[in-house]
Write a protein that binds this ligand. Structure first.
Ligand SMILES: *[C@@H]1O[C@H](CO)[C@@H](O)[C@H](O)[C@H]1NC(C)=O
Ligand SMILES: *[C@@H]1O[C@H](CO)[C@@H](O)[C@H](O)[C@H]1NC(C)=O
Ligand SMILES: *[C@@H]1O[C@H](CO)[C@@H](O)[C@H](O)[C@H]1NC(C)=O
Ligand SMILES: *[C@@H]1O[C@H](CO)[C@@H](O)[C@H](O)[C@H]1NC(C)=O
Ligand SMILES: *[C@@H]1O[C@H](CO)[C@@H](O)[C@H](O)[C@H]1NC(C)=O
Ligand SMILES: *[C@@H]1O[C@H](CO)[C@@H](O)[C@H](O)[C@H]1NC(C)=O
Ligand SMILES: *[C@@H]1O[C@H](CO)[C@@H](O)[C@H](O)[C@H]1NC(C)=O
Ligand SMILES: *[C@@H]1O[C@H](CO)[C@@H](O)[C@H](O)[C@H]1NC(C)=O
Ligand SMILES: *[C@@H]1O[C@H](CO)[C@@H](O)[C@H](O)[C@H]1NC(C)=O
Ligand SMILES: *[C@@H]1O[C@H](CO)[C@@H](O)[C@H](O)[C@H]1NC(C)=O
Ligand SMILES: *[C@@H]1O[C@H](CO)[C@@H](O)[C@H](O)[C@H]1NC(C)=O
Ligand SMILES: *[C@@H]1O[C@H](CO)[C@@H](O)[C@H](O)[C@H]1NC(C)=O
Length: 671
């Protein structure tokens, strides 16, 4: 035993030592020279990308965007996506530059404005890399000539030429080893699609086919007969609902089917077709016009793990009962459909344990939480917004699901006090219970029970009392929305004066968004209110705040929005306002401010919306109401916000209008 161990270790050590002796500092000279040429070419005429690729530096394997094989020192991966500066215009590749990379396996070149190839003195030179398996040329400006350039890639498995300028007849040539083909948005249509399908027959091992965002029509899909296909993406095409599912039913190896945004209408098939795909693991038919009930035969899709049905008109029972036999189901997205409550919610328990469940939908009533939810203990993401559930805060959901990361229960008609779970829950990072009828105080220990919260939204409820100081211990909190409650700041502890906004809020190191508007806060602003260096959005309107606008912002250039309107602030507009150089929204209307409007305001060139009306200010106000920048364009950035809306009242020529829009939450990636 001991002897054999000894023997096997010795050669291993010898190999390591000899490599260190023989390898030139981890880089092959021929490849290093080619990399530098490649850099010059992609920076032509005056770009500055890839600064770490330097002529005097021999260690090219340490350069950015390069992976080498550690034993041979040869380049195996080049991550050259989005490296060409857009202002440099089209980039013409010199295929010869890639010749030295004979060990290259993966080459990423997407989003570089590649428009074609430079001719080498009239000699045709294809890409020649015998080991290359993955080539991503998507999001460039290539035309059909790219197809012939791929001749020299004998190991190619996955080319991606999506989102280029290919057009019309596409006759694919390439190694028969191809397993994956991404041809999204290559403008194939009509008869050119038939040609394409015929050429696909040359690739018997094709398992993944992306044909999204083309101009396919249902009728040509009748020719689709790719029995080995495991992934098919047809999203963004106009498909014929009456035959697409039937056609696809013949592709019995399919594991992933994506029909997102295909204008499918009518009902899901109740027999043949879709339900025959018993290997199907992921089905995505989000954003179509499908209606009717979920067909019982869906229960045949026993391999299903992800089922995405959001944004259709499907009748989906709140209980999810048609899906109970899908024991592998992990993710169900059913939001924005016709969610309904069954007459009697049974006690059956589903065979699945879901990890994510989204069932939000406006205009729907459920009366109570579905019973099946009591059997789930693996939920990480749960969204039930806008369903009229009624009842109290489901602290049991948090207790049962220790992995829970986000919980959206906005606008669910829930009431009563905010109930904490029995023990602390470190994994919860998003909690939204805005727009319900919760009442009473926010529990003093909330910070200790949800120490990992990043987003806390409790607006539009009836919460009263003070903001508990334990919130200050949520060190990751980025967004705090307590607007539209009856918080007064009155507290029995000695920490804060009656009615005041607690000063420690300004010290929360991760806080970016704070909304305390429409409460009953009074008294002066705490002086060090803006001490958090991350703070960008501060909404304090419609309270009873008094005194001068005295705030200290640690990093004033970060502030994007400041709304102090509808309070009782007095004094002058402070001159330090000019330091808020990235300010977009400044709302100070309906206060008792006086004096001249400071000239410093003119320097805030990012201002999109400003309102100083209903004060005792002098100076040229009207020209300041709305800046010349078209603020519509800025607003569109914030469109996709979740639910709670930020409203601004602004005045043009004394005509008040309400801008009500989704101000910022989309910035935080909420859907
Ligand atoms: C590195 O190259 C050697 C020799 O060609 C090969 O055996 C090994 O699998 C490669 N390692 C990796 C991680 O690709
Ligand atoms: C493709 O683009 C190249 C370079 O822009 C051009 O020379 C060639 O004529 C184009 N070929 C086709 C088929 O459009
Ligand atoms: C392409 O690259 C090769 C190899 O570096 C070089 O010899 C040739 O001149 C280049 N062609 C053009 C047109 O720049
Ligand atoms: C397809 O894959 C099989 C198994 O991996 C292989 O034996 C066969 O040669 C491949 N066919 C082609 C045309 O690449
Ligand atoms: C697809 O390509 C067409 C034409 O090139 C373009 O107009 C369209 O916007 C693209 N669609 C998407 C979703 O990118
Ligand atoms: C859709 O397919 C059905 C059945 O194959 C056919 O009768 C109908 O004409 C097709 N509709 C369109 C718009 O192509
Ligand atoms: C599929 O579902 C239908 C309808 O529910 C059922 O009659 C049929 O037996 C099922 N087929 C299989 C293979 O389970
Ligand atoms: C689910 O499976 C059970 C037995 O495994 C069967 O009795 C029942 O009918 C199935 N339900 C559905 C909706 O397919
Ligand atoms: C709240 O839910 C009700 C019922 O679903 C719906 O009608 C209403 O539009 C929702 N409110 C908001 C602001 O989304
Ligand atoms: C979930 O919570 C409810 C109420 O506390 C309890 O009855 C049920 O057993 C729990 N379920 C699981 C799976 O923990
Ligand atoms: C939090 O989640 C991680 C994985 O996401 C898990 O390992 C950990 O056990 C969870 N913590 C608790 C207390 O459940
Ligand atoms: C308030 O402060 C006083 C004096 O510092 C102290 O005696 C009292 O116990 C404090 N009250 C509370 C509720 O903390």
């Amino acid at each position: 035993m001991g002897l054999s161990l000894h023997i096997s270790i010795v050669p291993a050590i010898m190999v390591v030592v000899s490599l260190q002796v023989w390898l030139p500092l981890g880089c092959v000279e021929e490849e290093r020279a080619a990399l530098l040429q490649l850099k010059d070419s992609l920076n032509y005429p005056n770009g500055k990308s890839l600064p770490s690729w330097r002529k005097g530096d021999a260690r090219c394997c340490d350069w950015e965007r390069i992976t080498c094989n550690s034993s041979t020192g040869r380049v195996t991966v080049l991550y050259l996506d989005s490296v060409r500066n857009g202002e440099l215009g089209d980039w013409y590749l010199n295929a010869s530059l890639f010749l030295p990379f004979q060990e290259l396996l993966w080459l990423y070149l997407w989003d570089n404005q590649i428009a074609g190839w430079v001719e080498n003195k009239g000699v045709y030179r294809p890409f020649k890399m015998r080991k290359l398996e993955y080539l991503d040329l998507s999001y460039n400006r290539l035309n059909n000539s790219i197809l012939s350039y791929m001749d020299g890639l004998s190991s190619l498995k996955t080319p991606d030429i999506s989102y280029n300028r290919l057009e019309g007849l596409i006759d694919l040539k390439g190694p028969t080893t191809l397993s994956t083909l991404y041809l999204n948005n290559i403008t194939v249509y009509g008869s050119s699609f038939q040609t394409l399908l015929q050429s696909l027959e040359a690739f018997p091992n094709l398992t993944t086919l992306g044909l999204g965002d083309n101009d396919l029509r249902g009728r040509v899909l009748g020719f689709l007969n790719l029995k080995n296909l495991e992934l098919l993406d047809l999203s963004g095409n106009t498909l014929n609902s009456s035959n697409i599912f039937q056609t696809i039913g013949t592709m019995t190896s399919l594991k992933t089917l994506t029909l997102w945004n295909c204008i499918l209408n009518g009902q899901l098939p109740t027999s043949q077709g879709l339900c025959d795909l018993n290997h199907l693991q992921e089905l995505d038919i989000i954003s179509n016009d499908l209606s009717g009930f979920l067909p019982p035969c869906l229960a045949n899709l026993t391999s299903l793990q992800q089922l995405y049905l959001s944004s259709n008109h499907l009748k989906i029972p709140m209980s999810l009962s048609p899906l109970y036999n899908l024991s592998k189901l992990k993710d169900f997205y059913g939001s924005n459909n016709k969610i309904y409550a069954e007459e009697d919610d049974h006690n059956l328990s589903p065979k699945f344990q879901l990890e994510s469940l989204y069932l939000s939908s406006r205009g729907q009533g459920a009366k109570a939480f579905s019973k099946f939810l009591y059997h789930q203990f693996n939920l990480q993401y749960l969204g039930l917004s806008n369903i009229q559930i009624k009842g109290e805060f489901p602290s049991w959901l948090i207790e049962n699901n220790t992995y829970l990361k986000s919980l959206y229960l906005e606008n669910c008609s829930l009431s009563g006090p905010f109930l904490l779970p029995r023990s602390s829950h470190v994994n919860l990072s998003i909690l939204s219970i805005s727009m319900n009828d919760f009442q009473g105080q926010i529990p003093a220990e909330i910070g200790a029970y949800f120490p990992g919260l990043e987003f806390l939204m409790m607006s539009d409820n009836g919460f009263d009392g003070s903001i508990p100081s334990s919130l200050g211990s949520m060190s990751s909190l980025q967004l705090l929305d307590l607007s539209n409650n009856v918080l007064t700041g009155i507290t029995h502890s000695n920490n804060s004066l009656q009615g005041q906004i607690p000063g420690w809020i300004g010290n929360m190191s991760s806080l970016e968004f704070l909304d305390l508007s429409a409460n009953n806060f009074s008294g002066p602003l705490p002086l060090r209110f803006g001490a958090s260096s991350k703070l960008r959005h501060v909404y304090l309107s419609r309270n009873k705040l008094q005194g001068p606008i005295a705030m200290e912002f640690l990093d004033s250039s970060r502030i994007v929005a400041l709304d102090l309107s509808y309070n009782d602030f007095t004094g002058r507009i402070p001159e330090w306002i000019e330091r808020l150089s990235n300010m977009n929204f400044l709302l100070l209307s309906h206060n008792n401010l006086e004096g001249e409007i400071p000239v410093q305001l003119y320097r805030l060139d990012q201002l999109t919306l400003i309102n100083l009306s209903h004060n005792y200010l002098s100076g040229n106000i009207l020209s300041w109401m709305i800046s010349t920048r078209p603020f519509q364009s800025i607003m569109t950035n914030y469109d996709s916000m979740s639910s709670s809306q930020q409203s601004f009242e602004f005045t043009t020529k004394n005509v008040p209008r309400l801008y009500s829009g989704s101000v910022i939450r989309s910035k935080f990636g909420f859907s």
